[in-house]
Each structure stands twice: as C-alpha cells, then as structure tokens.
Design a protein around this ligand. Structure first.
Ligand code: ADP
Ligand code: MG
Length: 319
C-alpha cells in the first residue's frame, strides 16, 4: 500500500466516520436522505476544519440585474484534504473560490479560516488559475517564485531564495530557474505557478481548473504530479473542476454542485480512486456522480412511484 493510499484512508474519515460508511467510496448514501446543512462532520471529528463555509450566497450586481452565483453553500475543509468543487460550467465554482480568496463579499453566510472570518485576500490563501499568463513574463522562473514572498514580507531574501529552490526542485524545474515564462510549455508554467503558491506555505491552496487548458496527456501527468507533491508536502487543497474523472482522481472529498446558482447537492468521499483504477467500477462511480449532477436517477435504479415514472427529484439533492 502506498503512502498516499494509506493516507487516503485516514483522510476519508469525516463523512465516513459520521455515517459509519467504512471503506465505502460514497460516504453518504447517494440515494438515501442526506442533508448537507445538518450533516457537516465538524461536530463529530477530532480534526478542526481549516476552512468552514457556512450558508454562503454570492451575487454579482450588473447594471440590469443581480446574478446569484451560489446559494447557501456549506462546506468544511480539513487539514490535508484535497477537497474538490465539482459542477457544470457557470454553477459558481470560480466565484466560490474567489470568495474564499477574499476577492468577493458574501451576500449571506460566512467563511471562516482557522475560525476567523475571511474579510479580504491574504498570503494564507493562494490561487493557481487555469490561464498560462498568470506569471509576469518579465520575471524569470525563480523571480516569479521569490517575488510574492518578498512582496508579502513572508520571508527574507535569503529565505525566499531557499524556498524557491526547494519548491522548484519539488516540481522538477531546478534547471529552468533562470528561464522566462515564454520559454516554457503550458505544463511547465503551471508547475511554476504551483511552486510559487506552495512556497508561500498557504493554509489552503486554491486551484481553479488548473489543468483544463492542457492537452489530455499533460493533464493526466500534472494530476499525477500534483498527487505526488501532496504526498510529499501534505498541503490542504481546494480544487475546482468540471471534470468528473479529474474530481475522482485528484480529490479525497468532492462537493457536487447543482447548475446555476450553485448549491451543494451531495458530498462524497473519493479517496481511493487513481489513474490506475479504471475499469467498470470507476465508470460506475462516474455514472453515479453524473446522476447527481444532472438530477436524474442512475441507470439501474427503480424510479420512485413505480417503474413507469421517473423520480421527480434526486433524493441526494439537499435543497
Ligand atoms: N463578473 C461577473 N459579473 C456578472 N456575472 C458574473 C461574473 N462572473 C461570473 N458571473 C456569473 O456568475 C455565475 C457563476 O460563474 P462562475 O463562478 O464563473 O462559474 P463556474 O466557474 O462554475 O463556471 C455565472 O452565471 C456567470 O455568468
Ligand atoms: Mg470557472
């Protein structure tokens, strides 16, 4: 059993312990009653949540109307979680991440980091975006990693250089420390962004579809590298994706969000999937998540009200 596998098991505990689900892939019965508002694991675990999101609604005000992006979202992220927000495009994933990063003020609800209300951006939350142009092009790879450490006064120059060397080594870019971003591939740029973020030693690393613009093979490689890095460093991750496969592979816990406005439909444990899983079991898990995402019963379920009709509403949905 690899280190990651064994930790996956221990990290699956909040919901599993709450539900007594043991090694089950889905910590909550997918088609049993589950209410995310009342079934948070916080009161039931020894671990304290690093990040608590409580009843969070987020809105944008445009000239013509108010757009509600998320509706009363509840989440708890625990130390060393790889917590995934999974949902269709436009369901408010990026908005939620921006709010946690401190760039948006909630319409209702609150976000707590280590028990303190989030009121703005801070070096304890760093975002890695999808775009390759998130690195200032006039700075070398090393300077890109060092700069935020100095700008935020998180480290002296000597410490910053040391941390940059350490994390560039972790992402395999030691030999590119003096290169400029335009000399790197998309995957390498994302590695720099990850090294830069981890060098800040944030309480939570926020990633918004960081591999979505990469080709399929590079994407898969980056997912593996991220997991290897997590094995090594054990950071806490809040990761956004619209890909079910990616969510299962990257995450140990997944919050499945409804289409616009985003609400938490279900929360599941996904700690034991990897690229090696494959096969029918993995595809079955994917189909079960699809059923929740798209609010329809899974292929092999008996519809409520008899075989003639479709279930009106997925009972795993919480609102
Ligand atoms: N700056 C903005 N102004 C107005 N509406 C926005 C803005 N950004 C996002 N939205 C809207 O908020 C909703 C959620 O967007 P977003 O968080 O980007 O979704 P996702 O990341 O899940 O694709 C969408 O309906 C989107 O059109
Ligand atoms: Mg987005």
């Amino acid at each position: 059993m690899s280190a990651r596998t064994s930790l996956y098991r221990t990290r699956a505990f909040p919901l599993a312990r709450l539900r007594g689900a043991g090694e089950s892939d889905f910590a909550v019965p997918l088609f049993g009653a589950f209410d995310a508002r009342t079934s948070t694991p916080a009161q039931n675990t020894l671990d304290r949540a690093i990040l608590s999101i409580k009843g969070l609604s987020l809105e944008y005000e445009t000239a013509e109307r108010v757009v509600r992006a998320t509706h009363r979202v509840n989440l708890d992220v625990y130390p060393a979680d790889r917590f995934v927000l999974l949902g269709p495009s436009g369901c408010g994933k990026s908005t939620l991440l921006k709010a946690v990063a401190g760039f948006l003020t909630p319409t209702e609800g609150e976000m707590l980091l280590d028990g303190k209300r989030i009121q703005g951006p801070g070096p304890d939350r760093i975002v890695v975006f999808q775009e390759f142009d998130q690195l200032p092009p006039w700075k070398t790879v090393r300077q890109n990693v060092v700069f935020p450490l100095l700008a935020s006064r998180s480290a002296t120059r000597a410490e910053a250089n040391e941390r940059a060397a350490h994390f560039l080594d972790k992402v395999g870019l030691t030999h590119f420390a003096d290169a400029y971003p335009h000399q790197l591939s998309g995957g390498m740029k994302q590695r720099v962004a990850i090294a830069r973020a981890l060098a800040m030693q944030p309480r939570v690393l926020l990633m918004d579809e960081p591999f979505a613009a990469l080709d399929a093979l590079t994407r898969r490689k980056m997912q593996e590298e991220l997991l290897a890095l997590w094995d090594d460093v054990r950071f806490t991750l809040l990761f956004v994706t619209h890909s079910i496969d990616e969510a299962l592979i990257v995450g140990n816990r997944i919050a499945i969000l409804s289409p616009h406005p985003g609400r938490v439909r279900a929360e599941i444990n996904s700690h034991h999937w990897s690229h090696d899983s494959g096969g029918e079991e993995f595809r079955a898990a994917t189909r079960r998540i699809e059923a929740i995402l798209f609010d329809r019963p899974p292929e092999n379920s008996v519809p409520r009200g008899g075989a003639g009709g479709l279930a009106k509403k997925c009972v795993a949905c919480v609102e």
